[in-house]
Write a protein that binds this ligand. Structure first.
Ligand SMILES: Nc1nc2c(c(=O)[nH]1)N[C@H]1C(S)=C(S)[C@@H](COP(=O)(O)O)O[C@H]1N2
Ligand SMILES: [Mo]
Length: 327
């Protein structure tokens, strides 16, 4: 339940970091390529194998599925972000509101992991992640990722089209949306003990968006099973939308005729809407979206409409011009 409807400025200091003060913090760091420099100088330490496996975790039973064959249809206009950078600069509020959550996220047990598909479907399903993935055609795709905070990365994801999961679910014709939900376990995720946040993390797409070929369910990256801090064992990639739509560590897909209210929308509806498509011409209420900083090399580039994916997805929004499509 979303029990708090206090205004963000009435929240405790520690809660007032949503996608915003983070920007300011980045501003303080900026200038010397502090993020990349920090990583290279050893200021950030990658979790080692010993930390990646906790007592009670089984070894990853999907390891043999990687690397998957790359689908060459998806190309980049920039280099892939270094894995060491990508795995040490993360947004995962369940494990803290800083970007340095990699170590804390290792506490998440990712086996067993059960995914539920329910709501307006022909046949609700509850299935273990490995049984689900076994039924899905894994491939690698190079995608851009544009955070609403005006930074970006480029990632070799492994996964399968969300459309394949929709096909498995067989939604009723009356289902208009798919609502996705992250795990909720405050005993594991310290961020979830901050009860003023509307846990669990929720995101949503229209079924039309979800069945577009670009919408991708991610199980791996960099040719191996997904790192926990990146949203293992199952995370969304919708590269034409701002990064907060890319929900991590998903446990539930619910088909519905009600537009889902997402985590960020519940927190700050004036700044984060349902559609959240990337548009450089529409500023966030507190900063410009015209350009982005490439994490890892600190290059600044102009941001592209739909993050460069207009050809694939612009048609999804014809007739919806009166909606708040961009923020
Ligand atoms: N469950 C959950 N999913 C999440 C988030 C989060 O805090 N919790 N952050 C989002 C945001 S704002 C971004 S930019 C991306 C970051 O993904 P990355 O850490 O793999 O770069 O995850 C998204 N998915
Ligand atoms: Mo983000």
């Amino acid at each position: 339940m979303h029990v708090i409807h206090r205004r963000p400025w009435a929240l405790p200091d520690s809660a007032a970091t949503p996608e915003a003060l983070v920007m300011n913090r980045r501003g303080l760091l900026a200038g010397a390529g502090a993020l990349a420099a920090g990583a290279l100088a050893g200021g950030i330490v990658l979790p080692g194998r010993a930390q990646a496996q906790r007592v009670g975790d089984q070894p990853d039973p999907s390891a043999s599925l990687y690397p998957a064959k790359r689908n060459e249809a998806f190309t980049l206009d920039r280099p892939v972000t270094d894995e060491a950078v990508n795995t040490t600069y993360n947004n995962f509020y369940e494990f803290g509101s800083s970007k340095s959550v990699a170590r804390a996220a290792q506490a998440l047990p990712i086996r067993p992991w059960t995914v539920t598909i329910d709501g307006m479907v022909e046949k609700p399903i509850t299935i273990g992640i490995d049984d689900l993935v076994k039924q899905m055609p894994l491939e690698e795709r190079l995608y851009r990722h544009r955070c609403v905070e005006a930074w970006s990365m480029a990632i070799p994801w492994t996964g399968f089209p969300l459309a394949k999961l929709v096909a498995l679910a067989q939604p009723l014709g009356s289902a208009k949306y798919v609502r996705m939900e992250t795990f909720k376990d405050p005993s594991i995720a310290p961020g979830q003990r901050q009860t003023w946040f509307p846990w669990p993390y929720v995101e949503g797409l229209t079924v039309a968006e979800a069945t577009n070929d670009l919408a991708f369910l991610v199980t791996g990256a960099y040719g191996k099973p997904l790192a926990k801090q990146m949203g293992a064992p199952l995370r969304l990639a919708v590269p034409w939308k701002y990064g907060f739509k890319a929900i991590k560590s998903i446990v539930r897909f619910t088909f519905t005729d009600q537009r889902p209210k997402s985590y960020w929308e519940a927190l700050q509806a004036s700044e984060y809407g349902f559609w959240a498509n990337v548009n450089p011409a529409v500023a966030h209420p507190r900063w410009s979206q015209a350009s982005e900083r490439l994490i890892g090399n600190d290059e600044r580039r102009p941001t592209l409409l739909f993050n460069g994916y207009a050809e694939q997805v612009a048609h999804l929004y014809t007739g919806l011009e009166s909606e708040r499509l961009w923020t």
